[in-house]
Design a protein around this ligand. Structure first.
Ligand SMILES: C[S@@+](CC[C@H](N)C(=O)[O-])C[C@H]1O[C@@H](n2cnc3c(N)ncnc32)[C@H](O)[C@@H]1O
Ligand code: SF4
Ligand code: SF4
Length: 317
């Protein structure tokens, strides 16, 4: 028996985690108690790419990295003490710190995933739940956003992983597409390109940090059409492949998050996000721990990890 890639013994081992998850949900429903459910960690302050759409470079400052021992302390303090259920490992590019990825996979077995640009070979980490591999369009458009040759490198690394790690290895790879004004016409092509080698795709929309950001796909007809196409593809050919729930996709047609740069309906409390020094970021995982940092525009937000909560009725910053 397997549920969401978990065997029976894994599920039994995780019973205390399900208890905490349930009590967090009940605490919020009954008393509006806000206790983080998920975590995210920028494990590194470096990246091998400089993608055009990337929020991370906007607030990046040159400074040091944490040691493995310091990350263990952050894990205990920020995530374990608060009984966070699962953690997403981000960056920068997390594959440049395989030691820290390994630590998260060990500390959160089957409850940690990595978001990667896929330009480094994908290693089989014991205990890792899965990889989110970022793909931002067909080959041509992806390369205009992420740099020449990046699509082909990612393609090779994904196929190598799937071919070298057994029959079920494709289950470890999920595609993450951030839809913007340049790539929105390629959503179907991205699905067709990657379906054979990967388990699922999750989409979100580009979130701007300044008014008039040309990569933001404005609310209106064209954006609605992308969402409707995704819902239709999910209903017909790709029921098990497109991972976003329908109600979340519908939210993406309009403002679901806040006003200006202030979150309102967005449940920022549900995910505790730390930067490369283990400091908590505000208002959310694409924000910053620094006071005078640039802020994301909540009223134009398209992030998947928070809207999925709103779609299931969990709200309030
Ligand atoms: C900052 S990257 C870090 C992980 C890794 N380097 C990668 O590219 O997958 C995490 C994810 O955020 C997405 N992203 C970057 N800038 C964004 C923005 N302004 N709005 C929404 N998503 C964004 C990326 O496409 C990527 O999927
Ligand atoms: S690879 Fe990831 S962190 Fe690096 S610039 Fe691109 S989106 Fe940002
Ligand atoms: S995730 Fe929430 S806090 Fe972050 S930009 Fe979006 S609406 Fe604002």
């Amino acid at each position: 028996m397997e549920i969401m890639g978990r065997g029976l013994s894994q599920i039994v081992q995780e019973t205390p985690q399900y208890f905490h998850l349930l009590s967090k949900y009940a605490g919020w429903k009954l008393f509006k108690r806000r206790s983080p459910i998920f975590g995210s960690a920028d494990i590194i302050n470096e990246c091998n790419l400089h993608c055009e759409h990337c929020y991370w470079w906007l607030n990046r400052k040159e400074n040091e990295e944490l040691t493995l021992e310091e990350w263990k302390q952050v894990i205990d303090e920020k995530f374990k003490k608060r009984h966070v259920f699962a953690v997403t490992v981000v960056g920068g590019e997390p594959m440049m710190r395989p030691d820290v990825v390994e630590l998260f996979a060990k500390e959160f077995p089957k409850r940690s995933c990595i978001v990667t640009n896929g330009n480094y070979p994908l290693k089989k980490f014991k205990g890792l739940y899965f990889y989110w591999v970022s793909i931002d369009g067909d080959q041509k458009i992806h390369d205009t956003i992420r740099g020449d040759g990046t699509w082909a490198k990612t393609r090779k690394n994904v196929i190598d992983y799937v071919e070298n790690n057994g029959d079920k290895a494709y289950k470890d790879i999920w595609i993450s597409m951030t839809i913007n004004s340049r790539n929105y016409k390629t959503v179907r092509k991205v699905i067709e390109d990657w379906r054979e080698y990967t388990n699922k795709i999750g989409v979100q929309f580009h979130t701007p940090f300044m008014k008039g950001d040309p990569l933001w796909l404005p609310f209106g007809e064209e954006r609605d059409a992308v969402v409707d196409e995704l819902i239709d593809l999910q209903k017909t050919q790709y029921r098990d492949y497109i991972s976003n729930p329908k109600n979340q996709l519908e939210l993406m047609k309009k403002n679901w998050g806040g006003k200006g740069t202030t979150p309102i309906d967005c449940p920022t409390w549900a995910i505790v996000s730390v930067d490369h020094l283990g400091r908590e970021k505000r208002p959310c995982c694409i924000g910053s721990a620094e006071k005078d940092s640039m802020k994301p525009r909540c009223e134009e937000c398209g992030l998947g990890c928070y809207s999925i909560f709103v779609g299931s009725g969990i709200k309030g910053c």
